[in-house]
Design a protein around this ligand. Sequence first.
Ligand code: B12
Ligand code: SF4
Length: 641
Amino acid sequence: MKAWICAPMTNFFVPSLGSARLYAYVKKHGYDVRFQELNQNTYFDLLSREYLEPVLERVQWSADSASRNRFMREDLGSILVHSSGNAMRQLLAKGMLLDKSWYKYVKNMGAVNRPLFSFIDAKITPDKVLYALLSEKDFVLKEIDRSRKILDEGYFSLEPDVFIANYYTLLCGKAIIDAAYYPTQIDFGLGFYGTAFGITAGDIVRSVTDERYNFLIPYYRKKIVPQVKAEHPDVVGISITCLSELVPAFTLAHAIKSVDPGIHITLGGGLVTEIAYRMVKNPPLWEMFDSLIEGPGEVPFTELIERLEKKTDLAGVPNITYKQNGKIIKGEKLHEFDINEACTPEFAAARPKGPLPLETSSACYWGRCVFCYYPQQGTPSFDNKAQKTRTRRIELVLADMKELKKKYDPVCIGFTDSSLSPKRIEDIADENIRTKNQMKFSALFRMEKNFKSLEFCEKIAAGGFIGGHVGLESGSQKVNDIINKGINLKDVELILKNFHETGILVHIFSIVGMPGELDEDALETFDFFKRLHKWMELGFVVYPLYVLEHSPLAYRAPEFKLNLTALPDEYLAQSMDYSVEGAETSPGKSMMTSISYSEQLSRYLHPLNRIIDIESLTMFLIAQKAKGIPPEKVRDTGFKI
Ligand code: B12
Ligand code: SF4
């Protein structure tokens, strides 16, 4: 019995962990399994000349209509300019100059070259970009392909300015795809993005055959369908972690079923675990897959292979819901995975010096923040206790790190735990110091009192701790107390100062719109970032509050005077509409406050935010720091003339 595990397109900067860990386990247990890495590989494939050329032809088709309509020309031109962070205009200017026979005489004269370049660049107004692109088609495709190869082969081993200059050129490829498939976008941080399809079952079903807006259909047809025909897997597991993976995952499932509807497709991953109860309510989705598995996939997926092979009842596969004779049936067995039995992940397409993710615990040792459903993740039973079986023994974690270093030599390890405790950070740092074999690492963590000690910060920094994401949530102590954050804001300033002094980098998450938060409380969050942004070298974000079904806030709604309405069944998301009795809080208001604060505070963020989304930039800056280059030395070099 042949199995495939697939990771769909998610993010250009890091490989997915869940599927890599699942693959390692299934392989170790002797099954015939292949890992289809369709995350980073998809980006590198789609941005190749082979794929971009026909995409550019699609854009060309619009040229005829656009020739009669300036509005259309400007529309397409704006996508090409803005989707590329202005790289397209600069690349076109370069191409046009190189076409001039006299250019070779001034090429190396900075004093002439730069103004000339700016002059041409300014001439390419949005209504002219499309024509300029079509006339420089060959040059543009060649340059994008060249940059793609440099990044593919060198990736994070490249100096940051080389990486950025080539990434910038790659944005021109992204812009071509965006212009051809508008309003869909290929996003380097969010994968398949845009407004063409919503997160309803109806839209997902529509997306898998809609070639106008789904650039993955021709890609899978060319790349995956022939492989399915050649290898004919019997069972395919598709991983879905985040919402923007829904369209890629279902498009893939549909492509595989188009070869042979008999291939058993099972879905799993963090998002599937979260919304399984909603998927069950949408039978049309089940035309494209056969079963789903909640929680860690290691044991259930291997059991599924066994039972499919022996043609026995699927009801005995733990944590499964499956389709049989047109009915959707929930399996009988619940299995809690012991994370100590997990294998070191195997990354099928790790790139040179790329950072790699690793999990040490699927729970959160604090687990008391009222809005947060993190601690329930990583388990099919949604039990939010940090039981022993959900935290991997430290000796196994250290062994994982050693193995990853040996096999892939990543620039650093990014721990994905909801919150890595100071004790774990210290243990890892101690081992790094002891073995002199430093494996730099980052994490999501909390502003615990331990970090008030400068000595402690110095020690963990010396042991390879680079920093990472911190959920502080609010600049108001009152709101943090409502959340039950367990953090004293007075400590935070000292901690940030210690981090700054010891070179530990932080990115801070915050939320506006908690029930009980007044406008003046939210302003304290704004002021907090305005005052202390210099100590947050990895930036910060102000998110609106999302009230999620099955979150503690939803369960305790009466206490918070929350009126909640779940989204209609066809939505594949847990967020709820809400209002707070006697207060003006609403999703719309939180969203507007979050947007307004983010806009006003954006000037304090790293300049590279212009071309890299904030989450990906955090990883990029962490990786550079791991190489010894601090964020202030990583510049927005843009395009090299
Ligand atoms: C690492 C991470 C990322 C990484 C990689 C994401 C990825 N696809 O792997 C990056 C940085 C790219 C990322 C980005 C984003 N993320 Co993120 N991320 C995480 C994080 C911290 C860890 C996920 C993880 O690796 N867990 C560890 C592994 C081992 O567990 P696992 O993936 O669940 O895998 C196990 C099982 O699910 C199962 N399984 C997995 N695949 C399969 C397949 C089959 C067939 C089977 C049977 C089983 C199975 O077995 C695995 C092994 O046991 C989680 C929070 C958390 N702590 O869980 C948020 C989280 C997943 N991210 C989230 C969000 C919102 C985002 C962003 C939108 C953030 C942003 N604003 O940019 C983007 C979206 C990216 C995208 N394209 O969609 C949300 C998702 C919420 C949602 N409902 O969509 C989470 C839950 C955090 C949160 N609570 O807000 N993220
Ligand atoms: S917000 Fe962070 S610290 Fe709080 S319970 Fe969730 S994961 Fe744990």
